[in-house]
Ligand binder design. Structure first.
Ligand SMILES: O=C(O)CCC(=O)C(=O)O
Ligand SMILES: [Fe+2]
Length: 350
């Protein structure tokens, strides 16, 4: 089986979930189970229909369980593959696993594997399953009140370990409806153009730069409140994100323990943080100094939380053990039609 895996492309500042169906998202990522890496590209910024594609799992040396870095993370269950559809292709077909096995020499990402994709959209279209999704007025009002109270309060900060800060409830409801992208290819790592179609990823929009910098600043303020003598830059260096990787987890999604080490050696050596936004369902997030699930610490990441790991925690092993069912805020579902699942955005500086 080929080694093609996903790239990610940055998007624009319009609200992600509200406008998600106007973007093309794709990948060829033998990704961790039930996770869809998502791409946005300049060429995606039309109103063409978003397509993603779904595949059944396969065994591949780079998709074994327990590998140590992204792209080599544990795999189990169903994979979701996503591709850009520029609107000029005939409807896509799905190869059965048997068909795929019958052409062993093929690389993922070539014409054949691109055809072996079928549409998937992280947001439901208007009429789909609205009975299940529709929250009562009472529930929505309750969430709106909660949101008002929440935004009036300062977000809670937790110092998980040196260089690892969790900002609970940091992103507002509005912030969680943003749009993004950026290119990463685990084979070529970070590349200027996406190999599959030559699309050049747009820059990270200002609005996201600000959110990321704001989160780092909030962490620094928090650290200083805890200890006014601390050198916050040593503890958690500042960074200017030029990459963002986006994963969509369905409710069975998970991600094996791994380290993020595809960024430049300088970026890693400086401990420039990874800033991770959670939107949608809550997730149980594991982290630890060893790749050992039994020894890992756990923290629940809810919609709106921002987790930052840099400094001494830059090479922390981390992963997602479970996605908690039915935990997306009703208001978000109502306004975005986000499917059950979790959207995770990790901003990094190459
Ligand atoms: O989903 C998460 O919270 C973590 C994602 C992650 O580790 C990654 O994309 O490298
Ligand atoms: Fe990671």
């Amino acid at each position: 089986m080929g080694k093609w895996r996903s790239g990610f492309v940055f998007g624009n500042p319009t609200r992600l979930l509200r406008s998600a169906s106007h973007f093309h998202r794709f990948s060829r990522f033998p990704s961790p189970s039930n996770i869809s890496p998502i791409f946005f590209s300049k060429s995606s910024f039309s109103s063409k229909k978003t397509t993603m594609a779904e595949r059944t799992p396969h065994s591949h040396s780079s998709a074994r369980r327990g590998q140590s870095h992204r792209g080599n993370r544990s795999v189990e269950g169903k994979k979701i593959w996503v591709k850009v559809d520029h609107g000029n292709k005939s409807p896509q077909t799905v190869n059965t696993p048997q068909q795929r096995q019958s052409s062993p020499g093929r690389k993922e990402g070539d014409g054949e594997s691109l055809r072996a994709l079928r549409p998937f959209d992280i947001c439901r279209s208007g009429g789909v399953d609205t009975v299940r999704l529709k929250a009562s007025l009472l529930e929505l009002n309750r969430e709106k009140r909660k949101e008002l109270v929440r935004s009036a309060c300062m977000s809670q900060c937790h110092n998980l370990r040196s260089g690892m800060i969790l900002l609970k409830n940091h992103l507002s409801h509005e912030d969680q409806m943003m749009c993004l992208g950026k290119n990463w290819d685990p084979e070529a790592k970070y590349v200027d153009v996406r190999p599959v179609d030559g699309a050049k990823p747009p820059e990270i929009p200002e609005v996201f730069q600000k959110l990321v910098k704001g989160a780092i600043q909030a962490s620094h303020d928090f650290l200083l409140r805890q200890n006014k003598h601390i050198n916050v830059e040593d503890e958690l260096p500042n960074m200017s994100p030029d990459l963002c990787i986006i994963n969509f987890y369905n409710e069975n999604g998970r991600l094996g323990l791994h380290q993020d080490r595809d960024e430049s050696p300088q970026s890693i050596a400086k401990g420039l943080p990874v800033v991770s936004f959670s939107v949608g369902n809550s997730a149980e997030f594991l982290y630890g100094v060893e790749r050992d699930v039994d020894k890992a610490e756990k923290v629940v990441l809810e919609s709106g939380d921002v987790l930052i790991f840099g400094g001494k925690s830059r090479m922390i092993f981390h992963g997602v053990s479970t996605i908690q069912a039915n935990t997306t805020p009703k208001l978000l579902v109502e306004e975005t039609k986000l499917r059950p699942g979790r959207l995770n955005l990790t901003f990094r500086q190459y």
